[in-house]
Design a protein around this ligand. Sequence first.
Ligand SMILES: Nc1ncnc2c1ncn2[C@@H]1O[C@H](COP(=O)(O)OP(=O)(O)O)[C@@H](O)[C@H]1O
Ligand SMILES: [Mg+2]
Length: 257
Amino acid sequence: MTNEKLGIDFMKKILIHSYKGGTGKTTVAVNLASILSQNTKVLLIENDFSMPSFVNIFKHEPNAFFNDFCTGSATFSEIIQSNLKPSLDIIFADTQFNPSAEIMGSNQAWFLKLLEKMMENLKACEEIYEYVIFDTPPGWQLILVNLIALANVAILLLRPNSYEVMGTKRLIEILYKRAKPSMNFDVNLLFNQVPEVDMIKDLEGWAEELQIEGISYLGHISCSCQTAYEMAHETTIFPLEHEFSQSLQQVISNLKI
Ligand SMILES: Nc1ncnc2c1ncn2[C@@H]1O[C@H](COP(=O)(O)OP(=O)(O)O)[C@@H](O)[C@H]1O
Ligand SMILES: [Mg+2]
C-alpha cells in the first residue's frame, strides 16, 4: 500500500463494526483477514470483550490476551499469536468474565491512555503488516472511540430491516460523523444476510438514506443457508472459492484500500 502523497508504504487499519450484534462482523473480519493474508501479512485483533469468539473459532487458548495488554500485564508482542495461520497473526480477547468486565467498566480517561498505547504499538507494526483488521463489539462502547481514531477504513454491517437502518443512522451520527470530520477515513456500508429475493431497490433506498456525509455503499452479501449450515458445523473461515468468500471478495473490490 503506497501513500501517494508521501511516497512511502503504510499499513491500512480496517474496522468491522455494526449497530447490532449478530450482523456478521466476526465472520466478515476473519474471512477478510484470511483473504487478504493470501497475498500479504495481516494482523487480526479481537476487540469484542463482551462476546469473544476467537478462542472457539481458531481452537486456540493463548497465554496472553488483548485484555492483558490493555491492563498492562502483557506487552503487545506477547499477545500476538503468530503460528496459527500463514501470514496471519492474531490477537485474542479473553473469554473469562472478570478481565472483560474490568475493561468494560473503565472510564474515558482510561480508554484515552489505552489509545496512546495502541497507537504507539501499532506504529511499531508498520514495517511488518500491510493490514490490521479490528473485530469489534456492536454499538457505541468506549473501545470504539479508540478504534475509530486508529482506523483508516470502516465497514459498517447491517441486516436489511428498517430498525437496523435507523440504528446505523444513529451510530453514524453519534460516532462516525464526529470522529474524523477532516481526516482521511472511509466509512462503508455493507448489507449482510440479505434474503435471496430481489431486494436491490430496498437496499439502494436504505443505502441512499444512509449515504450522509461521504459514507459509501459497498454492496451486499446474501443470506446463505449453506453458509449458516457450515458455520453450525464449526467452519468459520471459508476457502477462497466458497460463496461467502466470493461475495466478500466482490464487495471488497469496491473498498478504497
Ligand atoms: N451471509 C450469511 N449467511 C448466512 N448466515 C450468516 C451470514 N453471515 C453471518 N451469518 C451467521 O450470522 C451469525 C452471526 O455472525 P457473527 O459473525 O458472529 O456476527 P457478529 O460478530 O456481528 O455478532 C452466525 O451464526 C453466522 O453463521
Ligand atoms: Mg462478533
